[in-house]
Design a protein around this ligand. Structure first.
Ligand code: ADP
Length: 446
């Protein structure tokens, strides 16, 4: 096992990895920016190293500073967490070149899946069903029109380097294809420095359903079922549940098997998530995330498997501690992302938290870096707590979620807690009939 793990992340993610390290008796080091010197993970860390000023470019993305921190503390492995450098293939390569173990997939898998055009080609070769669209990148408007003639409207122009919903534009008809094409390219260039785009059929009312996969270096591949992530605002997930209320046991088994088989064909290592859109009983692959997901705790809740622990064990060369037949799905879990954002305008609300009380009691897990007196810094994303609730079935889980949300206190900064409290009572949530447009076009439009 590793002698010491360097955690190159912040907030609740750093805390999540730190907790796994402590439970495995592995010493760890947390790197942090000056803005996070008083953060909870730094306070609880065995060791911490300040690697730069608040801006992420100079701290959490500062590879030379991170490598220096590993060298001076004697770390032999690096856990990148979620976001920041977790899907940076160059970083994974550099870490390995310095004799350290990157706790994640191999660089070539990160690279292939990081480019969505290549990801779709790779996924198709591995047997995954795709959203109909261009066979690769589309460079000119004339080529875009040729694809449109084949695929039909509405069409979605998507950035090859896209993430977080950026660089995506809908062309409803041929009349606005040129506009969507150039707008997506411009946004992609500005956000990712790469204006490569591709085209996909724009599905009407799909659900976003993703499958968790995990593979070790000994040829063992397992799927851990699906997560339903259709509650999104601006393509950002806010509320996730497992299992999906839309799937039958048969569909669950089928898509899980397809995803696990593709993982095996890819020769993938570690944890990963295959994201699909699901409409009229059909699945369409959209992308694969080659890291832990923010919403991984709901899978942990219904399977009893600690994904971070498994990630660390796999990176250390150990075999998976379970096989597919050992995996059973029990009960129901929901995660609410509590953001430091105004619940109606969604403007970020950084600032000092003077009162914090986390919900508790049976079936409740809170992954949060908050404490009373903590100042939420303005420099990073606005997630401040994940509330994960488990119940015997979906109704039990929703009832428990409601009472947990009622117990939760974060003051005085506005947060998305009131939004979640309204959500649990909404018909679209109660009957599970929602899709990816429901939150914005029905719930928030009311
Ligand atoms: P990103 O990496 O930017 O998050 P994704 O490809 O994962 O981009 O898509 C994010 C979200 O955008 C999806 O969850 C879905 O809501 C929407 N979306 C993506 N592709 C399509 C499509 N072909 N049709 C309709 N909606 C889509």
């Amino acid at each position: 096992m590793f002698k010491k793990i360097l955690i190159t992340n912040r907030g609740d993610v750093a805390l999540r990895v730190l907790r796994a390290c402590k439970e495995m008796n592995i010493p760890s080091v947390i790197v942090h920016s000056t803005a996070d010197a008083d953060s909870m993970p730094v306070r609880l860390a065995d060791e911490s190293v300040c690697i730069g000023p608040p801006s992420s470019a100079e701290s959490y993305l500062n590879i030379p500073a991170i490598l220096s921190a590993a060298a001076i503390t004697g770390a032999d492995a690096v856990h990148p967490g979620v976001g920041f450098l977790s899907e940076n293939a160059d970083f994974a390569e550099i870490v390995a070149a310095h004799g350290l173990t990157f706790i994640g997939p191999e660089p070539h898998h990160i690279r292939a899946m990081g480019d969505k055009v290549e990801a779709k080609i790779t996924a198709e070769a591995a047997g995954l069903p795709l959203v109909p669209g261009s066979p690769g990148a589309v460079h000119t408007i004339d080529d875009a029109r040729k694809v449109a003639a084949d695929v039909g409207y509405p069409l979605l122009v998507k950035a090859a380097s896209g993430g977080g919903g950026r660089g995506m534009k809908v062309a409803e008809t041929a009349d606005n294809l040129a506009e969507a094409f150039s707008a997506a390219r411009a946004e992609a260039k500005a956000a990712f420095g790469d204006d490569t785009v591709y085209l996909e059929r724009y599905l009407g009312l799909p659900r976003h359903i993703e499958v968790q996969v995990i593979a070790d270096a000994h040829g063992n591949v397992v799927h851990l079922g699906e997560r339903e992530c259709s509650i999104q605002r601006r393509h950002q997930k806010l509320f996730e549940e497992a299992p999906s209320p839309a799937l039958t046991a048969d569909e669950r088994h089928k898509i899980g098997t397809v995803a696990a088989e593709a993982t095996r064909k890819l020769g993938y290592l570690g944890v990963g998530t295959m994201e699909f859109l699901y409409e009229n009983g059909e699945f369409f692959f959209i992308e694969m995330n080659t890291r832990l997901q923010v919403e991984h705790p709901i899978t942990e809740a219904i399977t009893g498997i600690d994904l971070v622990r498994e990630q660390i064990r796999i990176a250390a060369g150990k075999p998976l501690s379970f096989s597919q037949k050992d995996v059973t799905f029990t009960g129901h879990a929901i995660e609410c992302r509590i953001n430091a954002e105004h619940p109606e305008t969604f403007m970020p609300t950084p600032g000092k938290v003077t009162a914090f009380h986390a919900a508790g009691g049976p079936g409740v897990r809170v992954d949060s870096c908050l404490y009373s007196g903590y100042s939420v810094p303005p420099y990073y994303d606005s997630l401040i707590a994940k509330l994960i609730v488990y119940g015997d079935d979906r109704d039990h889980c929703l009832a428990r979620l409601k009472r947990a949300l009622q117990e939760f206190v974060v003051e005085p900064i506005p947060t998305t807690l009131p939004l979640h409290l309204r959500l649990v009572d909404a018909d679209g949530i109660k009957d599970g009939s929602y899709n990816i447009r429901w939150l914005e076009e029905v719930f928030l439009a009311d």
